[in-house]
Ligand binder design. Structure first.
Ligand SMILES: [Zn+2]
Ligand SMILES: [Zn+2]
Length: 169
């Protein structure tokens, strides 16, 4: 996604809307690959405040991920809003690059910034449904589909010692 701010950049107070729809390569997170099932849609409203461009945006797409409980593949709908600041390099101060996009030319790519916003928005774990019962830790059966006779009780070894002690063993 390349954006051109030539018109916007030189008129303080001006604003412009942009919208993009682009196929993104898959994301690599912690050794796992997340594939975008749909193009990434980005809508932006950008305002020139004089020293920088203030951005309000929203991103939507669908990621193919796995449920952390039952491990089944699932579609995760991305739909997030974000605020951002894009600063021309001549106004950028040291450290600005940590929370803003610094640009040199009238035209620049916003891909890595968009990916950062996506990464920050993702949950630690994906769950196919709040009711997902997951896999049995003993036999591995998908408890949404089958019942097993394994005991649900997983005894904490520290508690086991305590219960023996209580019984005077
Ligand atoms: Zn699940
Ligand atoms: Zn089981």
């Amino acid at each position: 996604m390349r954006i051109n701010v030539a018109r916007l950049r030189h008129i303080e107070g001006s604003s412009q809307d942009f919208s993009f729809s682009e196929v993104f390569p898959s994301l690599e997170i912690g050794g796992e690959e997340y594939v975008f099932e749909e193009p990434v849609n980005v809508n932006l409203n950008v305002i020139n405040t004089g020293k920088s461009l203030l951005v309000r945006g929203n991103i939507s797409s669908v990621l193919k991920v796995n449920c952390s409980r039952c491990l089944k593949e699932m579609a995760y709908k991305l739909n997030l809003k974000f605020d951002d600041e894009w600063i021309p390099s001549e106004y950028a101060k040291q450290g600005d690059e940590d929370n803003a996009l610094i640009f040199d030319n009238d035209e620049f790519s916003i891909d890595s910034r968009i990916i950062e916003h996506i990464l920050v928005s993702l949950p630690m774990r994906f769950v196919c449904s709040e009711e997902c019962k997951g896999l049995c830790p003993v036999c591995g059966v998908d408890k949404n589909e089958n019942n097993c006779t394994c005991s649900d009780e997983v005894i904490d070894p520290r508690l086991e010692i305590l219960s023996k002690w209580n019984k005077g063993v």
